[in-house]
Design a protein around this ligand. Structure first.
Ligand SMILES: Nc1ncnc2c1ncn2[C@@H]1O[C@H](COP(=O)(O)OP(=O)(O)OP(=O)(O)O)[C@@H](O)[C@H]1O
Ligand SMILES: [Mg+2]
Length: 365
């Protein structure tokens, strides 16, 4: 999957721009606050229907304008036309020039995987954010997974509301619990399968990026250990927690409490990894995600790397270019072109971003 053309009107600090992309590496260079991240945000918006930075979508409309328009032409087996219009009443999504009623019909038509500097919080942040990352990525591959999660959240809410009620009928509580368990068995199967596959490849990306022999492991911590008798283990755990649930009027067991723990050479990443190593672990994870999403969906996503070079030394920057030299279309923002690999020059287009204007450079240096 390759994005050929991007057109923005009154989006963030861009009044009107039209860009044609290289199908390999595109570098956006510019000083701070010139619009580099805004460009990646526009591409992310066209991929997911949402911003990765703000929930108030009006903030993306250029100051003093009434609406913003983002358009992309994407090559897959067929050519896709995607459009997002942001206006004072919200947003309208278009696919092949037709307005869509549901955003689920738009999400993932153009698949993109983003590295954002805020991903660096992944290891220290709450389990909720880690769950979100894996849920979003898995949802891109298996829209059915998102449906299961939505059903789970609904039944969980029903169960918690019921536990708070004045009278509790054991049989009805049992029905809600069984529903919750059967949904989880499927959800946990997806999650463990996904993490297992990522674990098979993430270390090799990390080793190539870090020029080291360290191994990376992601451990999925669900409500019970994965086994062939998952359902029985869940039933047992719910039973053992029933009194607690009733006293606190809350569901204590379930995937709404699960987590993903990262380790490097069998030690917690949070305890041992440096800033640069953490950055490379996340980049390795994103590269692994690209590969797994491609395997499962048949289309290679676009890789968006925002400010990925900060904190990386020269050797690691060069290693990153080596890894990117796959046929993944990549968009990179940076404040300088140091260490850009000249041997890749045929595969790189450099765009200068300055005060909301974008110029394509005729040569990369
Ligand atoms: N709705 C808006 N209308 C006009 N300008 C906006 C809007 N939203 C953000 N901006 C401007 O966009 C600029 C920030 O752009 P962006 O975050 O893309 O910078 P950047 O080039 O990525 O910088 P850095 O290197 O510091 O990350 C700021 O100057 C900000 O004022
Ligand atoms: Mg930025």
């Amino acid at each position: 999957m390759k994005i050929r053309h991007l057109s923005l009107r009154d989006f963030r600090n861009f009044e009107s721009i039209e860009l044609n992309f290289n199908s390999n590496i595109n570098i956006f260079i510019g000083d701070n606050a010139q619009g580099k991240t805004n460009l990646l945000e526009a591409i992310y918006l066209l991929s997911t229907g949402r911003s990765h930075r703000v929930s108030d979508e009006k903030l993306m409309i250029r100051k003093d304008s009434e609406m913003a328009v983002c358009k992309a032409v994407v090559d897959t087996d067929v050519q896709l036309q995607l459009k997002v219009v942001l206006h004072d009443k919200g947003k309208t999504l278009f696919y092949q020039n037709q307005p869509l009623k549901k955003s689920s019909e738009f999400i993932g038509k153009m698949n993109a995987v983003l590295f954002s500097p805020s991903d660096m919080d992944l290891f220290e942040t709450s389990p909720k954010d880690r769950r979100k990352l894996f849920d979003v990525e898995l949802g891109k591959i298996k829209p059915f997974y998102m449906d299961l999660l939505t059903q789970y959240v609904k039944v969980l809410k029903d169960r918690n509301v019921y536990l708070k009620g004045s009278e509790i009928d054991d049989d009805y509580l049992e029905i809600l619990t069984s529903k919750l368990i059967s949904l989880q068995v499927e959800i946990i199967r997806y999650k463990t399968g996904f993490v297992d596959r990522l674990n098979q490849i993430v270390t090799s990306y990390y080793q190539r990026l870090s020029l080291s022999k360290s191994s990376i492991k992601i451990a999925y911590q669900g409500p019970v250990e994965w086994s062939d008798h998952l359902q029985y283990d869940l039933i047992d755990k719910y039973r053992r927690n029933l009194d607690r649930d009733r006293v606190f009027k809350l569901t204590h067991v379930g995937i709404h409490r699960d987590d993903y723990i990262f380790s490097m050479d069998n030690q917690f990443v949070t305890s041992v990894a440096s800033q640069g190593q953490k950055r490379l672990i996340i980049v390795a994870l994103k590269c692994a995600l690209i590969e797994v999403i491609e395997e499962m969906s048949g289309d290679k996503p676009i890789l968006l790397l925002d400010d990925v070079f900060s904190e990386l030394d020269k050797q690691k920057r060069i290693a990153l270019f080596d890894v990117l030299h796959l046929n993944t279309q990549t968009m990179i923002t940076t404040t300088d072109l140091e260490d850009v690999q000249l041997w890749l020059k045929d595969q790189i287009t450099v765009f200068e971003v300055k005060g909301g204007k974008v110029f394509e450079r005729s040569s990369i240096l």
